[in-house]
Ligand binder design. Structure first.
Ligand SMILES: [Zn+2]
Length: 296
């Protein structure tokens, strides 16, 4: 995992990294670290296969990209990959070539806090394997993100509460820790939204099309379906129940970050039940039933 300092600046809503004294997108920082002396490379930046970005420049106070045309043989190789994959897009972020050898390799740049491979990219990865074109995934994160999230429960009473809620007598709580993720709910929500459609399809495939929450009197499959978190991404239930925390004037009681986007924590819910559950916790019986369905 590469780690960069976060610059206090964004570009097309993309947070920029500080790399060797410069402020650039993580993709270009990874490109710099990847290039060997005989190689050239560019960030494809989803604008066709004829050119790529090699730098970000400050021109008269404006941020501009330095774009170069790709050698014809590189463009041709990229087109062949898409044709073999029967897709129109999805080529990894970076293309690197060695001109004399006429060979290319590809690098996908990922920040696990934000993105996961799309189904298109999975097909492309498979195609690259088939065509024996070298590629790799390079992961990176901002240094602050690596340190900002607590890795365990802030309060011991919370851990005990969930152990009682989830575990049967004598059962270890460790196997359920993947239900929890204590990073900022904003980051978790962003990651979730990026994968929402794929997760919904996955749940429908696994569990059929019925609502798994099934609140009596509320449930209605005709309301449509969404993905629901068994342990909510954030909730103030424990602050209220265990600590009797008082709200600040005019506000609700402060919420904590709790649930994860791990498949064990996700269920298929009709929109009525999803709207009803919100940040609530399920009772022991329902929780056990759903966890068992997800573990199978
Ligand atoms: Zn329902």
């Amino acid at each position: 995992m590469l780690r960069f300092n976060r610059a206090n600046k964004t570009w097309w809503r993309k947070p920029l990294a500080i790399f060797r004294g410069r402020t650039i997108p993580a993709e270009l920082a990874v490109l710099s670290t990847e290039l060997k002396p005989d190689e050239s490379g560019a960030w494809l930046n989803s604008r066709g296969l004829a050119s790529g970005v090699v730098d970000l420049m400050n021109v008269g106070g404006e941020t501009k990209t330095a774009r170069i045309p790709l050698p014809d043989c590189v463009t041709e190789s990229l087109r062949k990959i898409l044709a073999a994959a029967q897709l129109r897009k999805g080529i990894p972020d970076l293309v690197i070539w060695d001109a004399p050898a006429k060979s290319i390799r590809l690098v996908e740049v990922k920040c696990p806090h934000w993105d996961r491979p799309t189904s298109e990219q999975e097909i492309i990865f498979e195609t690259l394997r088939r065509l024996q074109i070298p590629f790799k995934v390079v992961e990176w994160e901002f240094i602050e993100d690596a340190h900002s999230a607590p890795s365990t429960f802030e309060f011991k009473e919370d851990r005990d509460f969930f152990k009682r809620l989830i575990c049967q007598d004598g059962e270890s709580f460790d196997r359920y820790l993947q239900l929890f993720d204590f990073r900022s709910p904003i980051v978790k929500r962003k990651e979730f939204n990026a994968r929402r459609r794929g997760l919904l399809a996955m749940l429908q495939l696994k569990h059929g099309r019925g609502c798994m929450l099934a609140y009596p009197g509320t449930c209605d499959d005709a309301s449509g379906f969404s993905v629901d978190h068994i342990i909510p991404l954030s909730s103030n239930v424990l602050n209220k129940r265990l600590r009797a925390l008082a709200p600040k004037p005019g506000k609700k009681v402060e919420a904590q970050s709790l649930g994860s986007n791990h498949p064990l924590n996700l269920v298929l819910a009709c929109n009525n039940c999803n709207g009803h559950k919100k940040h609530r916790l399920l009772d022991w019986g329902k929780l056990r039933e759903l966890l068992k369905l997800n573990a199978d």
